[in-house]
Design a protein around this ligand. Structure first.
Ligand code: HEM
Length: 323
């Protein structure tokens, strides 16, 4: 195998869902295309992005809660930072470019896909994939010329969880390296002694949080987030803490719209280091990340959004590799 074919084998692990007929997956990707349009070869959401290299340096506490291979030894990683929507040329300072995304793959021995797919919103506007398709369709059918109540207004009026999500403030970050990313969907650690503990990933920027006001954000260059990251990387690695927010008694793992109390235990698993831009950005197109790609020692929870995401991501990669 050539070096390039080896890289591709490592990037593209086609999910079972991509090969089967999956109505919900098709419905969700149809709805994303309805909201953002179809941009050939691009991700249907988080379309604008770049691929970076890095490594994960685990702390001993991580191996105490999970047998995942990345918790026992320093592990190379790929990271993809992205703007939120399925619009490839959106300016980074546009409020519609929110939320920034961070997807990453642990390049663990054996080559099985082992991913985290997070974004800068804490929580999600809806609980299920079915509701997400309805929400996206309502967005696509609403606009300034549409009679009130618009389909979006009607959806929000009947979904208090969506109202709660929309009421939370969002800000354009100064840097991909000064924003916090949330895995949101609950997962479950499995330790060597068989103990299971539910958690949600939080990725904490080492320099702390920093955001622009909306006026400042509008004045930035269209690709300022990527230019800023390039400038920071010339000075050295950009670092994040990989944290697990541990579920407490009574915390729901099947409802991504419900935030867990802020005082829940936060276990620092180790440091994520971004070391440089990946030299071949064609690999960015071919990378297929999915939060359902988990190693031994990390299990799916009962969150219904995880299987919905698996179906949608499978359809997403099939379509973007085809057109
Ligand atoms: C039912 C809910 C969701 C659906 C249907 C959905 C759908 C998708 C699809 C179709 C893609 C493109 C996949 C590809 O072409 O490779 C994608 C990418 C992405 N999604 Fe989601 N998503 C959902 C929930 C979430 C949540 C909760 C988060 C954050 C915690 C998230 C963060 C991302 C990110 C960061 C990417 C880009 C990954 C990359 O860089 O390759 N999504 N999503």
């Amino acid at each position: 195998m050539t070096a390039r074919r080896t890289l591709l084998a490592c990037l593209v692990v086609m999910p079972v869902a991509a090969r089967a007929e999956t109505n919900l997956g098709d419905e969700l990707v149809d709805a994303l295309e309805g909201a953002f349009g179809v941009h050939a070869g691009m991700r249907r959401v988080h379309a604008k992005g770049r691929l970076y290299d890095g490594r994960f340096l685990p702390l001993p506490a991580a191996a105490g809660v999970s047998t995942a291979p990345q918790f026992t030894a320093p592990t190379p990683i790929f990271l993809r930072f992205s703007d939120g929507p399925g619009i490839p040329n959106i300016p980074d300072g546009d409020p519609n470019a929110l939320p920034p995304g961070l997807g990453l793959r642990f390049l663990t021995p054996g080559g099985a896909a082992n991913d985290i797919v997070a974004n800068a919103d804490e929580g999600f506007p809806v609980r299920t994939g079915e509701d997400f398709a309805l929400f996206l369709r309502a967005i696509a059918a609403s606009g300034p010329s549409v009679a009130q109540p618009t389909p979006l207004e009607s959806f929000v009026a009947t979904h208090p969880e969506t109202q709660r999500f929309l009421a939370r403030p969002r800000q354009v970050p100064r840097s991909f390296g000064t924003t916090r990313y949330f895995g949101n969907n609950a997962l479950v650690f499995l330790a060597a002694d068989g103990v299971r503990r539910a958690f949600r990933y939080v990725i904490e920027p080492e320099p702390g949080l920093a955001a622009y006001t909306p006026e400042e954000a509008r004045r930035q260059r269209p690709d300022f987030l990527y230019e800023d990251l390039a400038a920071r990387l010339r000075q050295g690695p950009v670092r994040f803490g990989l944290v697990a927010q541990m579920a407490g008694a009574g915390d729901r793992t099947d409802d991504v719209t419900l935030l867990w109390p802020a005082d829940r235990e936060r276990l620092l698993l180790g440091t994520l280091e971004v070391t440089g831009e990946h030299p071949d950005q064609t690999a960015e197109r071919e990378l297929f990340l999915d939060p359902n790609n988990l190693p031994q020692g990390i299990l799916l929870s009962d969150d219904p959004m995880l299987p919905a995401r698996q179906q949608a991501y499978g359809v997403g990669i099939s379509r973007r590799l085809a057109r």
